[in-house]
Design a protein. Structure first.
Length: 132
């Protein structure tokens, strides 16, 4: 009798954990891993639809930068790096949907590279105006 109670308890916990983990957004991979401002990236994972992920941020743990979500589905999410994103290693952070939204750091990182083409154009404009 005790063995059957243990088995029932273990099965109950396993089913409960599987159900709960299926409800939480989980990002598994981002491509490409290196990007410049304006680039579009694709994230694959679980529970990434609009009901579960309301907002997406890039964070360096000092500043959270909101990004625009372009496409969103159960297993794929596409977003664009904002033009004013600073170079460096950034982690993805999601704001969940529902009655009590939460911020969840994801185990996915990207490297935002400096956009040298736009930097050169900006410097040319400054020199034309005499701001250099």
């Amino acid at each position: 009798m005790r063995a059957s109670n243990w088995i029932f308890g273990i099965l109950f916990i396993a089913v409960t954990c599987a159900t709960v983990s299926a409800q939480v957004p989980q990002m598994l991979r981002v491509t490409p891993r290196n990007a410049k401002p304006g680039d579009t990236l694709s994230v694959t994972g679980v529970a990434l639809d609009k009901a579960k992920v309301e907002e997406l941020f890039l964070t360096d743990h000092k500043f959270d930068l909101k990004v625009k979500i372009l496409e969103q589905g159960e297993g794929v999410l596409k977003f664009r790096i904002p033009p004013f994103a600073k170079p460096g290693r950034m982690q993805l952070l999601v704001q969940t949907g529902g009655k009590t939204p939460r911020l969840l750091e994801q185990p996915v990182y990207i490297l935002v590279e400096e956009d040298l083409a736009n930097k050169d154009k900006t410097e040319e404009k400054k020199s034309d105006v005499g701001l250099q």
